[in-house]
Write a protein that binds this ligand. Structure first.
Ligand SMILES: *Cc1c(COP(=O)(O)O)cnc(C)c1O
Length: 390
């Protein structure tokens, strides 16, 4: 099928929920992807911050192939070695003792919300304005952006939103029925918003004082993205629950709720479940992905290259009229413009660079953590070219 035919058939057969780029992808390697006509692109989008270990990593591909030939799925009615191996690894690299496996970020957050309510016997979940926590009914309600939830009323009860970064607003919002506070360590979809220094520690302290659980949504920030395996490490946090997904399986869909022993013990047999969650194929993919992250020191690489990327962007674009701010943490970078950034996405793509526009004005750069310096240099040149043309 040629690309025009694929695009035409998508419009005919697929529900039209996505605004897609006119690009039909074929394959990738590291931080490069190719379209079906053989044109290459530097990938600074990584499938929405998912392909942290790069495309077609041989170790991840091999782990998936081997596991697919043995046992793809078994359900949670039986034990598998792949699942406990991954769970042990996750507890070793995170500040948590126990794991529940889900298949996506939204599902992980659903699990966290249920766990917080079961453990505390309270219902209210406080989240931030401008946040993003997923597309299921509960997580879209938790998401502090009305455009995602308004059309789907009635929404589940028990969610309250406060401005991100405002500790006084958070303190005021906590009440007798508050079960948990749920925050992203850096807001992703909301436009790469890094919180003010001390904010997350203060929220954690506030939660402790009020017997409220502190849930960190590390679906986007986890697995090396911000320059540590988890952002909680960078901010010196000990959340009660952490949710993860995106980068976890190297592109294979898998997510998890991570919690401490006391909180986790509130879930009894039958309280929560998933048919696919933690199936052997997903666990093999995730174990291989995490081993690659550790072996290749990709969190450290994200810290170094993220600083390099941001510095180069500031040098070339910092004083430009169209640019309001360049910010980020590790390889999670946003260029906030004074205008909408859809044109930048198109211009960059035409010059061989994939980026994404979030929160209307923020060019989001979330490349694979294996991206090379030369690829960053080329990406900066293209962005400078396109943005100076605005
Ligand atoms: C992407 C994202 C989600 C939702 O993940 P899905 O896998 O799309 O359900 C939740 N929280 C954050 C912070 C995200 O970036």
């Amino acid at each position: 099928m040629d690309p025009d035919e694929i695009i035409e058939l998508e419009k005919k057969f697929i529900m039209q929920t996505y605004t897609r780029q006119p690009l039909v992808l074929s394959h990738g390697k590291g931080a490069t992807v190719w379209d079906v006509e053989g044109k290459s692109y530097i990938d600074c989008f990584a499938g929405v911050a998912v392909n942290n270990v790069g495309h077609a990593h041989p170790k991840v591909a091999l782990a998936i192939c081997h596991q697919a030939q043995r046992l793809i799925h078994s359900s949670n009615i039986y034990y598998t070695g792949e699942q406990v191996e991954l769970a042990r690894l996750l507890t070793a690299i995170s500040p948590h003792d126990r794991v529940f496996f889900a298949n996506s970020g939204a599902e992980a957050n659903e699990g966290a919300i249920k766990l917080a309510r079961k453990f505390t016997g309270k219902s209210e979940i406080i989240t931030a304005e401008n946040s993003f926590h997923g597309r299921t009914l509960a997580t879209v309600t938790a998401t502090g952006q009305k455009k995602y939830s308004e059309p789907f009323k009635p929404l589940p009860e028990g969610f309250k939103h406060v401005p991100y970064g405002d500790i006084t607003a958070m303190a005021d919002a906590i009440g007798d029925d508050t079960a948990a506070i749920m925050l992203e360590p850096v807001q992703g979809e909301g436009g790469v918003i890094v919180p003010p220094p001390g904010y997350l520690r203060d929220v954690q302290e506030l939660a402790r004082q009020n017997d409220v659980l502190f849930i960190l949504d590390e679906v986007q920030t986890g697995f090396g993205r911000t320059g540590a395996m988890f952002a909680s490490e960078l901010f010196n946090l000990q959340p009660d629950i952490t949710t993860v997904a995106k980068g976890m399986g190297g592109g294979y869909p898998i997510g998890a709720v991570l919690a401490n022993e006391d909180v986790a013990s509130a879930f009894k047999p039958g309280d929560h479940g998933s048919t696919f969650g933690g199936n052997p194929l997903g666990c093999a993919a995730a174990t291989a992905t995490i081993e690659v992250l550790m072996d290749e020191k990709l969190p450290e690489r994200a810290a170094e290259l993220g600083a390099y990327f941001m510095e180069k962007l500031r040098q070339t674009l910092g004083g430009h009229d169209a640019v309001r701010e360049i910010r980020g943490l590790g390889l999670m970078i946003g260029i906030e413009l004074n205008t909408g950034c859809a044109g930048v996405v198109d211009g960059a793509r035409e010059m061989g660079l994939l980026v994404n526009c979030t929160a209307e004005r923020v060019v989001r750069l979330v490349p694979p953590l294996v991206i090379k310096k030369e690829e960053i240099d080329a990406a900066v040149d293209i962005l400078a070219n396109v943005i100076s043309g605005l």
